[in-house]
Design a protein around this ligand. Sequence first.
Ligand SMILES: Nc1nc2c(ncn2[C@@H]2O[C@H](COP(=O)(O)OP(=O)(O)O)[C@@H](O)[C@H]2O)c(=O)[nH]1
Ligand SMILES: [Mg+2]
Length: 190
Amino acid sequence: MVDSGDPVPDILKIVIAGGFGAGKTTFVAALSEIESLHTEELITTHSAGTDDLRGLDQKTTTTVALDFGRVTLDQSTVIYMFGMPGQDRFSFMWDELAQGALGAVVLADTRRLEDCFPSIDYFENRGLPFVVAINCFDGYRSHLPEDVRTALSLNTDVPLMLCDARRRSSVKTVLVELVGHVLEQELMRA
Ligand SMILES: Nc1nc2c(ncn2[C@@H]2O[C@H](COP(=O)(O)OP(=O)(O)O)[C@@H](O)[C@H]2O)c(=O)[nH]1
Ligand SMILES: [Mg+2]
C-alpha cells in the first residue's frame, strides 16, 4: 500500500451536555466544520407536555436524538463533539455517548440552573473531567461565575466560564479550556 504521508489524526471525543434549551445544538453547530448532524423536531403539542418550556419562549425545536460535529485542531488532532440530550427520558443513551470521551462541557442556563445538575452529577460519578460554561442569553442579568459555582456546589478545581454558544470564538475558548483541564487532570494522576 502506498503511504500518502498524511498522518492519521488522533480523534478526541468530547460530549456537550446540559439541560433542555441550554444551547447544546447551537454550541456544536457554531464550531463544527461539517454541517452538524442533529436531529431536531418542531415542538409539537405532544412534546410540549414532556419538554419543559418555562423561560424558553423562543424555542421551537427539540433535539430528538443527538448533535454531532467535527473540528480539526491541527493535522494530527480532530475533535468530535457529541451533544447529550438533556431530557431525562434520554438518559439511557448517556453511557453510550460518554463511552471513550476525553471530557465534557456542561452548558448551564442561569434561567434554569437546576437543569444541569443531572449532567454534573453524572460526570462527577463517572470521573470524567468536565468544565461548566454558563451560556449568556440576552436580556437575562448576568450572574457572577462565583455565585453560579456556589449554587452548583461545584468544586474549585472545575473550570467555570461564561460563553455565547452562537459565537465560534467563544465555543472554541471553552473547548481549549476543557482540553487544558483534561491534561492537568492527567498530569495530576500520573
Ligand atoms: N441569546 C442567546 N441565545 C442562545 C444561545 N445559545 C443558544 N441560544 C438559543 O437558545 C435556544 C436553545 O438552544 P439549543 O441549541 O436548541 O438548545 P439545546 O436544547 O440545548 O440543544 C435556541 O433558540 C438558540 O438559538 C446564546 O448563547 N445566547
Ligand atoms: Mg438540541
